[in-house]
Write a protein that binds this ligand. Structure first.
Ligand SMILES: NC(=O)c1ccc[n+]([C@@H]2O[C@H](COP(=O)([O-])OP(=O)(O)OC[C@H]3O[C@@H](n4cnc5c(N)ncnc54)[C@H](O)[C@@H]3O)[C@@H](O)[C@H]2O)c1
Length: 333
């Protein structure tokens, strides 16, 4: 690896300008070399804002640059696989936004391409990187609430154009997005459930609806999970919701953990009652995600969440659609 890690960003919409570009720009180990977007004006705007010297409409021209070591893929879901495979073949490490792909075949091909090229493939499951979630996972792993019995994760907002500032119009197009709110928001919750409990999702049962928007894709879902350690999981997700609860609750044999994104983490134990846990650094999220990617590129340590994590949560999200369609529980293992 050269002195500074050369970075290219493919797709210059909302997630690129909110999360990737500012955090690479702020990290002295990275050098932003180029951006690419089919919408040249958007690429020019992002390049001007973050001082990026090279601009492309065709991402393959960006990949051909020898001074780029790694790329962020910040495009609509249906082109992640094609772009990640091309990046791997060009020898670039990859941070790909979630969902990593819209089919299992695509995800498997991405993992195979990265492995064949010997490059890192990370998937942007940002919620793992919030310090309160890291602390909650550590408390659970050290037995602070005993054996987890149930976990409830709620991630919902009003959708990509009201609560998030998506710049182009693919989110509601099932062919481009691969699905609706389950694949967009639910997949974060599926990954977070695995991360918090350190267990795999054994089976999933889903109920899905389109309630709040005049769209073909689903905008609300409830997912019921069975985890390998015996715990039961419940995920509520969607693009249907005005502000409300956002976070996770884990109920175990020896206590409770409540992670509410607007308050400190709370821990209940029968002998001690409620305590507010503040014993973790503030922040996390996107800055920590980008920092982890750069840390791993600098040290050669493997990234997490990696392509396999991306594949496992994609499989669970796609199984939710199958469960709803078939009206039955779907086994994943
Ligand atoms: N990790 C998170 O918390 C998080 C949050 C929001 C979005 N995302 C993910 O980020 C990705 C992008 O979402 P967004 O909200 O930024 O969307 P967006 O519509 O704001 O931006 C997408 C950009 O990609 C460009 N683009 C489209 N096709 C392209 C191609 N073939 N080559 C190059 N550029 C192309 C578009 O012109 C647009 O500028 C999605 O996969 C989404 O799920 C992740």
């Amino acid at each position: 690896m050269r002195e500074k890690i050369g970075i290219g960003v493919i797709g210059c919409g909302a997630i690129a300008v909110e999360a990737h570009l500012p955090n690479y720009a702020a990290d002295g180990r990275a050098r932003l070399v180029a951006v690419a977007d089919v919408d040249r004006a958007r690429a020019e705007e992002a390049a001007a804002r973050f001082g990026v010297p090279h601009i492309y409409e065709e991402y393959r021209e960006l990949l051909a640059r020898r001074d780029i070591d790694a790329v962020s893929i910040c495009t609509p879901n249906d082109v992640h696989a094609e772009q990640a495979i091309a990046a791997a073949q060009a020898g670039k490490h990859i941070l790909c936004e979630k969902p990593m792909a819209i089919s299992l075949e695509q995800a498997e091909a991405m993992i195979a391409a990265a492995s064949a090229a010997g490059v890192q493939l990370m998937v942007g499951f940002t919620h793992r990187f919030y310090s309160f979630n890291e602390r909650a996972a550590a408390l659970i792993a050290e037995g602070a609430i005993g054996k987890p019995y149930t976990v409830r994760v709620r991630f919902a907002h009003r959708g990509p154009y009201e609560s998030w500032s998506a710049r182009s119009d693919w989110f509601f197009d099932r062919r481009r997005a691969g699905g609706g709110a389950v694949l967009d928001m639910g997949i974060h919750a599926l990954d977070l459930t695995r991360f918090l409990l350190g267990e795999e999702i054994e089976s999933i049962w889903a109920s899905i609806a389109t309630l709040a928007h005049p769209i073909e894709a689903e905008d609300a879902a409830v997912l019921c999970l069975q985890l390998t350690g015996g715990a039961l999981g419940y995920i509520e997700t969607g693009w249907h919701s005005w502000p409300g609860q956002l976070g996770a609750e884990i109920y175990g044999s020896e206590g409770t953990i409540i992670v509410d994104y607007r308050t400190p983490l709370r821990l209940f134990r029968p002998e001690e009652g409620w305590q507010e846990e503040r014993d973790f650094p503030p922040g996390g999220g996107w800055p920590a995600e980008i920092r982890h990617f750069l840390d791993c590129l600098a040290s050669g340590e493997p990234v997490r969440p990696d392509g396999r994590d991306g594949l496992i949560s994609l499989r669970a999200a796609l199984a939710a659609y199958e469960s709803h369609r078939a009206g039955r529980r779907v086994c994943l293992l």
